[in-house]
Design a protein around this ligand. Structure first.
Ligand SMILES: *Cc1c(COP(=O)(O)O)cnc(C)c1O
Length: 354
């Protein structure tokens, strides 16, 4: 891929590495590539980050043909920069795009574009503890038309922003509300894709949970509202009687890269892992009987998020006395150890950005 570079005159001031928060500061540059029926992918470029012009009839504004990804670049103790399994994100985006009738951006080009942009922005990769450069690839329909159809033009873009720990309070257990009315995904729908539309439909659940004093929503299956699926932007795992349970991914549940990595590590450690449907009634029962030992969410942004309380209808279950579980902590230390290059990467998951 030929990537054109357009320099900006004045670079931005970099924020304090200890006060980054999440997703607030965009770096100096962004990657853009256009697709049209006639030309395919063309005009790959890294240009100054800033507003882009789109037509008021731009199809994504009306019919939400949009997909995205999320990954990170990590600064190692030696000052090098590395990515974590970027091909997984590239391949997942192609599966999302297939479902939404959008063109595939090839895996090699995706990884090349990410590396090229991170290389340009290397001074933006922070080095304070728990910080990283968040990378947001996304694609959307750009054709101007008000009729519903597969668009004839698309844009693939990548933004980057330095981020701190997702939760300011560190590995503090969160309280989760089990949504028993609204649903996020149904079989045959777009649940397994990372698309903006899934999120648009989920905000009402998040608002409701927050009003009731909960930080996140645990979604049940869309057909029977009987089985646990995932949390907002994370997959979720349960440790019951020393075995691990998580919903099967790929149809209604998003196949998380963090989920896949955790399951690898857990199996490596000898745990029995059930990628099966788990009924909310059985989960709450295990909780009330004291057999629900640990619960944690997994995702790139927060890595791992311990869950300290679950509320389903009028039942409340407190997990591990609202403290981070031993296995949760060990998984966090192991995965972040590999990502920041502090532990040996025996799985071959990291790759340097030259
Ligand atoms: C991104 C996302 C996840 C987590 O996936 P990772 O690849 O681990 O970051 C889980 N669920 C949903 C709905 C997501 O959008």
């Amino acid at each position: 891929m030929d990537i054109r570079f357009e320099k900006r005159d004045v670079l931005k001031n970099k924020p304090d590495e200890n006060k980054l928060g999440f997703g607030k500061y965009m770096t100096d540059y962004m990657f853009i590539c256009d697709w049209s029926k006639d030309l395919g992918w063309h005009d790959a470029r890294i240009v100054p980050e800033g507003p882009i012009e789109i037509d008021p009839a731009c199809m994504v504004l009306h019919y939400a043909q949009e997909t995205f990804e999320g990954l990170k670049a990590y600064r190692t103790a030696e000052g090098k920069i590395q990515l974590f399994r970027p091909e997984m994100n590239a391949a997942r985006m192609i599966r999302s795009n297939e479902r939404l009738c959008m063109p595939a951006f090839p895996v090699e080009d995706f990884v090349e574009a990410v590396k090229a942009l991170v290389k340009v922005e290397k001074d933006w990769v922070p080095s304070a503890a728990d910080t990283s450069l968040y990378i947001r690839p996304y694609m959307f329909a750009t054709e101007s038309a008000l009729g519903v159809h597969m668009a004839s033009s698309y844009k693939f873009m990548i933004l980057t922003c330095p981020v701190g720990a997702y939760y300011e309070s560190g590995l503090d257990p969160v309280k989760i509300y089990v949504e028993d009315e609204l649903v996020r995904a149904v079989d045959g729908g777009t649940g397994f894709t990372k698309c903006g539309g899934n999120y648009a439909g989920s905000i009402a659940g998040q608002v409701k949970a927050e009003k009731l004093g909960y930080e996140q929503v645990l979604w049940l299956d869309g057909a029977e509202k009987k089985y646990v699926e995932e949390v907002g932007s994370m997959n979720i795992m349960f440790k019951i009687d020393n075995e691990i349970w998580t919903a099967p991914a790929g149809r209604t549940v998003l196949p998380g890269v963090t989920r896949d990595s955790m399951l690898h590590i857990l199996r490596d450690w000898g745990y029995t892992v059930h990628e099966e449907h788990l009924a909310i009634d059985d989960l709450m029962k295990a909780g009330l009987e004291g057999r629900l030992e640990e619960v944690f969410g997994t995702g790139t942004a927060a890595v791992i998020s311990p869950v300290g309380e679950l509320r389903y209808k009028d039942d409340v279950v407190v997990i591990n006395n609202m403290k981070t579980g031993e296995l949760t902590q060990k998984l966090y230390d192991t995965l972040t150890g590999i990502q920041w290059g502090k532990l040996e990467d025996k799985y071959g998951w990291t790759q340097p950005v030259e």
